[in-house]
Design a protein around this ligand. Structure first.
Ligand code: HSE
Length: 434
């Protein structure tokens, strides 16, 4: 008997999964002892926009969770409810579960993994992070010998696509966002992409695996890309940097930094070469050093690739016996868990853009404010005033500094009579071993 798959959700990823399971059916069957068969598809929309052939279809997704022919329930409906209830029902019915739902794992993972563990079934989630890149497998298998020092990733394809198009083609934010939606990269609510929430969901899953810590969505410092101005993209370029939206999890001496924000990365770094909707995750282990995983982070078939890898893992195990190889996030913790740090205690280098009056002494005032807090200026650009303007943009790159010191310096700079408006503040990461 083939392993029975019940698939719920026929959005972008659901349709991609049906397509790839059908197209590669023979190859996939050769890769597990009993073969695979979709025994039922559930979607709350009345008419599926995909040719299901003879596969039974229902609008009642809970019927799929109750179907005795279903061995593995694949949840691709997204969002928290009713996905949470569907998965808990499937687990209670003894089904194995595969999900691509990062929002659900990040916010309710503790409950779901505990339920799966209690029932002796697997909850697999490769597709929840970085689409087609097997980063969950890399962390749980390939890098399992290491103590992870940090990881940093471009983990939202939509934001990367927008930043790349703004930089390369000078396009407007809103116009690129519409294209990302049409291409199937963006979430149903694209503010989850551009405001950083989607990246935060993925970061907490990666951090939980990397550091054996709980899923701490509440503790992530989150900034999106909405406020990135073309001027800052240009100035960063002049200084030899590109702006990328990164999720960063780093173990420092006092605890764990969890942060998502636009970041200047050196133009020559591999991370700076990751364009369009591509994702990339860099992981630094104590034994292996720095490793980089890159590939499509969104879209129908790349995400289906990860969903089906999980299905195959489970099907192989169901066919051949063996222990569950996929760790349950938030349940199998060991050792002392370091605290998650407030962003004020995070350390990075900083980009500051100050609109300053073009008059003697302003630069020295800024230098004094920074040096009083032990902040060193690593690079500086000042432009000539535009005709009719008395303020000029001053762009500074600092050394690696504690966030609280930089925030205090920014507050003092904004108090100066010679400075107009708010200081633009971005962080900069060298992404090396320092
Ligand atoms: N909206 C997500 C992105 C899709 O743009 O990366 C993959 O999670």
């Amino acid at each position: 008997m083939p392993v029975g798959i019940g698939l719920c959700g026929l959005g972008t990823v659901g349709r991609g999964t049906v397509e790839v399971l059908g197209r590669n059916a023979e190859t996939l069957s050769q890769r597990c002892s009993y073969g695979l068969e979709i025994v039922q598809v559930g979607s709350r929309s009345p008419r599926p926009e995909v040719d299901l052939g003879t596969i039974p279809f229902t609008q009642d997704i809970f019927a799929v969770a109750a179907n005795p022919a279903v061995d593995i329930l694949v949840e691709l409906i997204g969002g928290v409810e009713p996905a949470r209830e569907l998965i808990l029902t499937a687990i209670a019915n003894g089904k194995q579960v595969v999900t691509a739902n990062k929002a659900l794992i990040a916010s309710c993972g503790d409950e779901l993994f505990a339920a799966a563990k209690a029932r002796g079934v697997t909850l697999a989630y490769e597709a929840a992070v970085a689409g087609g890149i097997p980063i969950i497998k890399a962390l749980r298998e390939g890098l399992s010998a290491n103590r992870i020092r940090w990881l940093a990733g471009i983990i939202n394809g939509t934001s990367n696509f927008i930043l790349s198009e703004m930089r390369d083609k000078g396009r407007e934010f809103a116009d690129v966002l519409v294209e990302a939606q049409m291409l199937g990269y963006a979430e149903a609510d694209p503010s989850l992409d551009v405001d950083g929430t989607d990246a935060a969901h993925k970061l907490v899953i990666l951090a939980a695996l990397a550091f054996g810590m709980p899923l701490r969505l509440d503790a992530v410092h989150v900034e999106g890309i909405r406020d990135i101005q073309p001027d800052d993209v240009r100035y960063a370029g002049e200084l030899g940097y590109r702006i990328k939206h990164l999720g960063i999890a780093r173990r420092n001496a006092n605890g764990i930094e969890l942060r998502v924000h636009p970041t200047l990365v050196p133009e020559r770094s591999l991370m700076a070469q990751v364009h369009g909707a591509l994702n990339a995750v860099m992981v630094r282990g104590d034994a292996v050093g720095a490793t980089l995983y890159c590939g499509p982070g969104a879209g129908a078939e790349p995400t289906a690739s990860a969903v089906i890898a999980d299905i195959l893992d489970i099907a192989r195990r169901l066919g051949g016996g063996g222990r569950d190889a996929i760790p349950a996030l938030g349940v199998e913790r060991s050792g002392e868990i370091p605290p998650v740090l407030d962003i004020a205690d995070a350390e990075s280098a900083h980009y500051l853009r100050v609109s300053a009056l073009d008059r003697p002494g302003v630069l020295s005032q800024l230098a004094q404010i920074l040096s009083a807090r032990g902040i060193s200026i690593e690079a500086i650009i000042q432009k000539e005033p535009a005709p009719g303007q008395d303020h000029v943009p001053l762009i500074l790159l600092t050394n690696r500094t504690r966030e609280s010191e930089v925030r205090a310096a920014i507050a003092a700079i904004e108090e100066l009579d010679s400075v107009a408006g708010a200081v633009v503040h971005l962080r900069k990461e060298a992404l090396n071993d320092v």
